[in-house]
Design a protein around this ligand. Sequence first.
Ligand SMILES: [Zn+2]
Length: 355
Amino acid sequence: MANAEEQKLHYPFGDELPAPGAALEVAPGVRWVRMPLPFALDHIHLWLLRDRDGDGREGWAIVDCGVADDATRTAWEQVFARHLDGLPVLRVIVTHMHPDHIGNAAWLCERWNCRLWISATDWNAARIASQSTTGFGGEHAAAFFRMHGLVDPQAIAKVRARGGYYASMVPEVPRQFRRLMDGQVLRIGDHAWRCIAGYGHAPEHIALHCEALGVLVSGDMVLPRISTNVSVIDIEPEADPLPLYLASIERMRALPAGTLVLPSHGRPFTGLHERIAQLLRHHEERFADTLAACRARPCSAADLLPVLFRRALDLHQTTFAMGEAIAHLHALAGRGLLRARTDADGVRRFEATGA
Ligand SMILES: [Zn+2]
């Protein structure tokens, strides 16, 4: 994204970031925690919300968990020792099933003897993914990427070898959970937080909005610097997730313009309406680029990588980029502007319909 766009957003905390194991108060009873990640995207933001349970016991709700590794758990222990005001964790809320968000849920729920709160769809998807391979690697993912034109034998070998990728970051998902649904209102401490379901990024992502505080925990649905990953993966090969994602963020336009957005990646910001407009524009531009490329010659998803991503990609980024390229192709096919065909080499290419 162009810097000019980022400058239209306002970052009320400037360059300040919580150190590993620390927490920074961003609104009354809302604390910001930053954890390391072993990817090019090197951090995730997690949130502590001042809470009270049914028996009137004071404590905290945790929103999102970090990946299940030693660095993250050590940082959590430091947060527990210094930043909970001596109070316990009463529940663990997870926005969605991706490893950086749910990785430590089982560890945290056991550590504090508390419940996981998550959408039923993402709980089920996480349970299955932690026990098998779904979209992140293995034989099926390799065949799927190959069909979409990723023929580089080294890349395919790496995808194939990565069968246990999800489980390595999410070794366990709690056996029990409480279900979050769109529109549900949670009483967390002194405040009401409304669940906003979002689609296209994860099966059923839950963002949390507190009207009284003017705060949105946006998870991965609205990020200030990067666009949210919206991918087609091998377990749902005909999926058309981009219209779902775009409709989901359009709905967030109904929130007040001055809302403080707490994203999972990138700094807290205000300027939600501007950011949503930027993301809608970004995807329209990518649609135009995709369509132009396919009008010049039929393109596979792999053919589109240099068109959509004008930089070198590592394997992790390549698999995400492939998923995103397929999503753009499927959305245009869904609009009747492209048509898929499978060529003699087994590769699926998309040609313009002339519509
Ligand atoms: Zn995610």
